[in-house]
Each structure stands twice: as C-alpha cells, then as structure tokens.
Design a protein. Structure first.
Length: 276
C-alpha cells in the first residue's frame, strides 16, 4: 500500500471510531427518550421493543402527579443564582491571586481544589445539621449557598487561569493614566475577561442544573429541583421505568438544548479554564 492509501485508511478508521464512540455515548440518552414514549408494559418487555406506538400518557401523568413547572422553576432559580453569586465571589478572589501573588497563592489554590476531591457524603451530616438549625433546609437559599460553596473552587481556578493570561503591563498602564481600581476593573479587566466569565458561568450553570446529591438530601417538596422529581419515581413498589424516563427527559431537555447552543463556550471553559 502506498502512503496515500494508508493515510486514507487511517482517516476512515478514525471516522468510524468517532461515530462508534458518539453512538455509544448517545445510546443511554436515546433509549431514555424512546422509553419515555412507551407504556409501562412496553418499557419492561423482553426482548426490548424498538418499534411501538408512541404515547404521551407518561408526560401527562408526570405533570398531574408532580408540579413539573415548580421543580423546573427551582432548578432555574438555584442555577442562575449560583452562577451570579459564584462569579461575584470568584472573580475578586481570582483577581487578587493572579495580580497580587504571595508565597501562599499556589498553596491556597491547591487547597481549594483539594476540597473537590472529598466525597460529598463526607460533609453531608454537618451541612444537613447546619441547614436544619439555620432554617435553610428545603429552601432555595439553602441550596444556592451549598451549590455555590461546592462549585466555588472550580470557578476560582477557571477565572484565575483566564486572568493569569492578561499581561500586567495593561493594568499598570491604566493606573499610570489615573484610572481608579473600579475603573481599571470595569473598563480594562472586564472586557478582556468576558470570554472567561461566559465560559465559567455556562459551565457552572450546567453543573448546578445537574446537581443531584445535595438536592436529594437538602430539599423536598418546597425547594426540590428536577433531580428530586426524577428520584420520586423510585418507590418501594419498584421503578416505574416509563414515567421515570419521561421525568428524566423533561429534566434534561432544557439543559441539553442550552448546551447545544452554547457548546463552543462550554468547550472553551473545559479546555482553557480547567486544564491550564
């Protein structure tokens, strides 16, 4: 075989592997969507049914049994509030560590990142007790506080990586021109970091929307997110696969559509902020 033929064969092989990997990753989501339109008997049939008459019964039951709009509203409010509050806290912290470094800056960053390595269940009891004693159990504010603290290390690291790429001479020039700290921040720093802020905010919005552990343990009927709605279809009588799939589809559809339209910024956040 010539080198050209070898290159062509490798190109076809890479394309085939890419498609196979994509289909493998998409299969659970695709099967969930199919199951959402089946009856309960069709969902547990053996062998599994691929061709069937679709029904919207499960979606109707989910909406009648549980207030989907309430759970969706809770997810939206907590996710957006976490993103805004997290950015408001993470940006000044990242700014100070990027432009006013000390001998302990790297140690602080590593310590913050190490907190994400601890299993969340290890902090469940103290967090639950504090939320209960402060009256924040099953409230949106309680979830927002916990979500923010949980994602703050990632946000600081991503923004620190973004700010570190900005030459300090630009800020020094602004100071020499008489710019105050607020003017330097608003007119120089914010325009240069807008891409990093957007990617960090989008990524943390997705993480907050998909958060299940704290939602299931710190919320119930009042402040429950869509993760709580999905978990409600697991009962001592068993799993209602069709209704569970319908609830899951209704929960992931908004964030999948959002992620599709913002995939460029999400990829930038994962590669630029988290890896550098």
């Amino acid at each position: 075989m010539t080198q050209k033929q070898i290159n062509a064969a490798l190109h076809v092989l890479r394309a085939a592997l890419s498609w196979a990997t994509a289909l493998f990753l998409f299969f659970p989501l695709g099967w969930m969507v199919l199951t959402a339109f089946k009856t309960e008997l069709q969902a547990i049939s053996v062998p599994p049914l691929v061709f069937f008459t679709p029904t919207l019964e499960n979606f109707t039951i989910v909406q009648e049994r549980s207030d989907y709009l309430l759970y969706a509203k809770n997810s939206l409010v907590t996710s957006v509030a976490l993103t805004l509050l997290g950015l408001a806290l993470a940006l000044p912290a990242a700014y100070s560590m990027a432009f006013f470094k000390s001998r302990r800056t790297k140690d602080i960053l590593m310590w913050m990142l190490s907190t994400k390595m601890m299993p969340a269940v290890g902090a469940l009891v103290p967090v639950y007790v504090m939320a209960q004693s402060s009256g924040l159990l099953d409230t949106r504010i309680g979830l927002i506080v916990v979500f923010t603290l949980s994602n703050l290390p990632i946000m600081v690291w991503m923004l620190y990586s973004c700010l570190k790429e900005i030459p300090g001479e630009i800020l020094e020039a602004a100071r020499m021109d008489g710019a105050s700290l607020w003017q330097e921040f608003r007119r120089v720093l914010l325009p240069l970091t807008m891409g990093g802020l957007a990617s960090t905010g989008l990524l943390c919005l997705v993480l907050a929307w998909n958060e299940a552990f704290w939602s299931l343990n710190l919320s119930a009927a009042k402040a429950g997110t869509l993760a709580t709605l999905i978990a409600s279809y697991s009962s001592p009588e068993g799993l209602f696969w069709a209704k569970l799939s319908a609830a899951s589809f209704m929960a992931v559809a908004p964030i999948v559509v959002f992620g599709w339209f913002s995939q460029k910024q999400l990829v930038q956040g994962l590669t630029f902020g988290a890896v550098k």
